[in-house]
Design a protein around this ligand. Structure first.
Ligand code: NA7
Length: 545
């Protein structure tokens, strides 16, 4: 039997031993990548650690999980029929609805037959003489491939906090990003939630409704902006969908990957009345980007930002009835210097009699005990702890696989001082390895679907270009990569991001290099650069034939 057709039997599913492309991950990126590569006639297998499609939307099934980009925009644009046929039910889709969408996509394009589920990739090693990647899985499969596409997600390496005593807790522990498939019932329980980022802000109102007591352990308060989520009105879907061509174009040319009128005026030049009106309109519109998009300098100038902060502080003071709680919930760092959250019932939850807020800045968390959580002030007895403590973002999903390129150098070693990529698509020393939404691309600073589709299209075009010319390998040049890393850093330095600790900077992972990882120039400018690179015959990449 030819090697290419030999099948490794594992877990009841066969995985080909030799393919043109291995895609790691069957989330948003992996599904579309598979669809594209298949259409190009390339043999492709997707290796997925979870038991079904959906990636981050498979794993983050905690109560309250929902997307914070509007449903119509957070969907694939590559197929006009797919665009029209799926019915969204709410302004911001819930996790179960998103999962149904990805399952629908998998079925519609018959994707599952080329996906191996429950198959965790442990290593990928580049064989320089054969110019192939050897990809190994936890189940013992080895797949040899020309191209390796890491479609592993920017927010998929869940992170537990470094707190002494985690193992000693006698109750049940959960991480929001590793939520069980079976329903969790907190009725009658004393629950503690650690973390008030997006996941904490979403899960807290739902647990508050169910648990006997909820204690929220907050280290840094979030700016929780109103979602104004609601069921979609009859006909709203049809009308939004009829506008798709213009909507998608505007999203692709925008900053954040959502259509938005760019601001023209500085907050410092506007009158107090003008500012109040603009901020209030943005507050009423809801969503993550309306308020930061009111004036040109909210994200770049501390004085302009302070005006938005003052408005937001007032809103939080109005929302939380207890004065001390309101003060504790009020962030003191610049707005949008770390990612804000979308609020559906978050501040209201703290007005319930069964919810209390523990400000860890006043009473630091010291340990997890057998009975609960101890702070410097006291012990809180709990039946369950929910860790809403985030991710080793942007790089964790790449480096937790032992990826080794030329000379056996690992990605972890190559990125020890921070991730270095060209366009967030490729990295020096790792031929024929593509990243989808990698560090150095807009990724988490954008509507992920817009960024992912653009990357997948670019990667499949690059592979098609190589096929047409009989080229064996593609790799970023050191000069192009150095220049790109510098450019990403310069763009970040124009913003307020570098001044506030966040996972954008790797600040939530002890020992991680402090480098601002996403590209802050906006998806429109980024797409233009990627298109120019492709049109010029892939300037900044070198090929071997
Ligand atoms: P985030 O945004 O990283 O939030 C994690 C939260 O957990 C944040 O409030 C952290 O406080 C807190 N945290 C982490 N470690 C600790 C310890 N040791 N003690 C107390 N509190 C801690 O993750 P999310 O999952 O909420 O959201 C990630 C992204 O997913 C989100 O932005 C969306 O894009 C989707 P800190 O701020 O570090 O003081």
């Amino acid at each position: 039997m030819p090697a290419a057709l030999a099948q490794a039997q594992s877990g009841g599913r066969s995985i080909p031993r030799t393919v043109d492309v291995v895609v790691v991950g069957a989330g948003l990126s992996g599904l579309y990548m598979l669809h594209k590569l298949r259409a190009q006639g390339l043999s492709t297998v997707v290796l997925e650690a979870n038991s079904d499609v959906g990636g981050t939307w498979y794993a983050n099934r905690y109560p309250g999980a929902r997307v914070d980009v509007e449903s119509f925009g957070y969907s694939y644009s590559f197929d006009p029929d797919l665009e029209q046929e799926f019915e969204w039910s709410e302004r911001f889709a819930t996790q179960p609805e998103l999962l149904r969408y990805f399952q629908h996509v998998a079925e519609r394009f018959d994707l599952r037959k080329d996906i191996a589920f429950d198959t965790s990739v442990t290593s990928a090693q580049y064989d320089e003489s054969g110019r192939r990647w050897q990809v190994r899985t936890e189940r013992g499969d080895t797949v040899t491939t020309r191209f390796l596409v890491m479609a592993t997600g920017s927010l998929s390496a869940a992170k537990m906090p470094e707190i002494p005593g985690l193992e000693s807790f006698r109750g049940v522990s959960y991480h929001t990003a590793q939520w069980p498939v079976e329903e969790v019932d907190f009725t009658g329980q004393r629950v503690g939630v650690i973390g008030t980022g997006s996941s904490g802000v979403q899960v807290i109102p739902l647990i508050a409704e169910q648990a006997a007591e909820l204690t929220v352990f907050q280290r840094t308060p979030a700016y929780a902006l109103p979602a104004h989520n609601r069921p979609l009105r009859p006909g709203e879907g049809t009308s939004a969908k009829s506008d798709y061509p213009a909507y998608r174009k505007a999203a692709r040319e925008s900053g954040f990957g959502v259509p938005m009128e760019p601001p023209t005026k500085s907050a410092l030049e506007a009158s107090a009345e003008e500012r109040e009106q603009a901020f209030e309109e943005a507050w009423q519109a809801g969503g993550l980007t309306a308020l930061v998009g009111t004036f040109t300098d909210i994200q770049t100038d501390l004085d302009a930002n302070a005006l938005a902060m003052e408005f937001l502080h007032r809103k939080i003071a109005e929302a939380a009835t207890d004065l001390q709680t309101a003060a504790d919930l009020t962030p003191q760092y610049p707005f949008w210097s770390k990612r804000p959250c979308l609020n559906t019932g978050y501040y209201d939850a703290f007005n319930r009699p069964n919810v209390r807020l523990v400000n860890l800045q006043r009473e630091p968390l010291t340990e997890v005990t057998g009975a609960g959580i101890r702070t410097s002030a006291r012990e809180y007895e709990l039946d369950a702890i929910v860790y809403a403590t985030g991710f080793d973002a942007m790089t964790g999903s790449f480096t937790r696989v032992d990826v080794r390129g030329r000379g056996g150098v690992s990605l972890q070693e190559a990125w020890a001082a921070g991730p270095r990529t060209y366009l967030g698509l490729g990295t020096v020393g790792f031929p024929n390895l593509f990243m989808i939404a990698g560090p150095g691309s807009p990724s988490v600073l954008s509507n992920m679907v817009v960024s992912i589709e653009q990357h997948v299209d670019w990667v499949s075009d690059a592979i098609a270009y190589m096929e047409r010319r009989g080229l064996a390998t593609i790799e970023a040049t050191p000069t192009a990569q150095d220049e790109w890393v510098d450019h990403v850093n310069v763009l970040a330095s124009y913003t307020l991001f570098p001044g506030t600790d966040s996972w954008f900077l790797g600040a939530n992972v002890p020992g991680k290099a402090r480098v601002f990882m996403p590209y802050a120039g906006g998806v429109g400018a980024y797409r233009q650069k990627c298109d120019e690179v492709a049109a010029s015959g892939y300037a900044g990449f070198q090929f071997s034939s």
